[in-house]
Write a protein that binds this ligand. Structure first.
Ligand SMILES: [Zn+2]
Length: 402
């Protein structure tokens, strides 16, 4: 039977290089049916995936460690190449990723501890990955609550409080009150931040809260009856700040607005856009009424191509044209994705409308769709749809339709 793996990260979360002996190495297919090697060491600094936190990455004898899992106190390192049993190895964890995870995780404890203290809500979900950290709570918050918690959390950072992890004796543990997500068995590791939080947790933490840096709640939303917070701590928060600052600076320059007045400037711009759109629609309708004056009257089928008008005017167009002609009229406007096209005979996508005063246009609509890979439909008086074809071919189709 294999003995428990000695967890070096338990004692020293800053340890990134270590030596250990290979206890076993087993060849296995992974979920993609690729051959990988499951390695058990006498000791490890690799923190396995667990409790919502992704595993450490790094190398063992320069072989990449692609995953780390734990089962019954034994830690399994998944490698792409084998190691020899009994071999003494050199392990190196990705220190940057580890420290980032420590900043996020201790930051999460500070927030969860304060939420428990002031709101009595439980932390009911936690995910810590390379890109996002989410924390779920069993209750809801106002915007004011969120900013208050955030401020208290950062106060705890400024106070640079020690973060202490210990395995208390059973008796001491029984008399302690601490946060815990599940019923615990075996030795329980308690992580304490004095005055802020006491929580059962196996993960590596920073030594004191000052190392967490800024704690920022970037979003919060209702989630399963409670709230899901997205948070960024330390260097992640700085990276996020930089991205957002760049974004707001660009808006500021583009709109010639001061940084703190950009939201007002964007609102004004949106209002102007809506008012211009309304004017544009009114003018387009007016323009159509001028255009239709030049359409000859007559009874024979008639095709009209218009490369200037927007396809959302098709219905208005049809109603105006119908008043001037008795026969079938087809109006064709390049579809929105081809709307920049100037007059062409090449096959492009058209939005169309077919209409007539006293003729049922559904049949010709169906045949038009069939001839030009189109789709659409409508009533006896008016059929709308889209087709793809050349102008000449469409004109001929209509002219020859009898
Ligand atoms: Zn934890």
């Amino acid at each position: 039977m294999t003995t428990n793996t000695l967890k070096l990260y338990d004692e020293d979360s800053y340890l990134s290089d270590f030596s250990a002996t290979v206890i076993s190495c087993v060849e296995k297919p992974n979920s993609n049916q690729e051959i990988v090697y499951e390695v058990i060491l006498s000791a490890t600094a690799f923190f396995p995936e667990g409790g919502g936190q992704a595993s450490d990455t790094g190398t063992i004898n320069d072989i990449p460690v692609i995953d780390v899992q734990e089962k019954d106190e034994i830690i399994y390192h998944i490698l792409t190449s084998p190691l020899a049993e009994g071999e003494v190895i050199k392990g190196t964890i990705n220190r940057t990723r580890r420290f980032d995870f420590m900043q996020q995780h201790t930051g999460e404890h500070i927030l969860s501890g304060l939420v428990y203290k002031y709101f009595n809500y439980d932390n009911v979900g936690f995910h810590l990955g390379a890109d996002t950290v989410t924390v779920d709570f069993s209750g809801t918050f106002t915007e004011e609550d969120i900013r208050r918690i955030e401020e208290l959390a950062n106060e705890a950072v400024f106070q640079n409080i020690s973060v202490v992890a210990v395995y208390p004796e059973k008796e001491a543990l029984n008399s302690m009150s601490y946060r815990s997500k599940k019923e615990l068995s075996g030795a329980v590791r308690i992580v304490t931040i004095n005055g802020v939080d006491t929580c059962a947790c196996c993960a590596p933490h920073v030594k004191s809260t000052g190392e967490v840096g800024l704690i920022k709640i970037t979003t919060y939303q209702n989630y399963k009856g409670g709230t899901r917070l997205e948070i960024q701590c330390g260097k992640r928060a700085l990276t996020d700040y930089n991205k957002k600052e760049k974004n707001i600076q660009n808006i500021s320059v583009t709109l010639s607005a001061k940084i703190y007045e950009t939201d007002e400037a964007v609102k004004r711009l949106k209002e102007e856009k809506l008012s211009l759109e309304a004017k544009f629609t009114a003018l387009s309708a007016k323009l159509l009424s001028y255009k239709v004056v030049s359409i000859p009257s007559g009874d024979e089928p008639y095709a009209l191509f218009d490369f200037e008008t927007q396809d959302n005017q098709l219905r208005n167009y049809a109603n105006l044209v119908k008043e001037r002609r008795n026969g079938i009229v087809g109006i064709f406007i390049p579809s929105a994705k081809d709307s920049s096209i100037s007059e062409t005979d090449e096959a492009i996508e058209y939005r169309y409308v077919l209409c007539a005063k006293e003729i049922d246009v559904r049949q010709i609509g169906a045949e038009l769709n069939k001839a030009f890979q189109g789709r659409g439909g409508g009533s006896k008086e008016m059929v709308q749809g889209s087709i793809k074809g050349g102008r000449k071919d469409i004109e001929n189709f209509l002219k020859n339709y009898a």
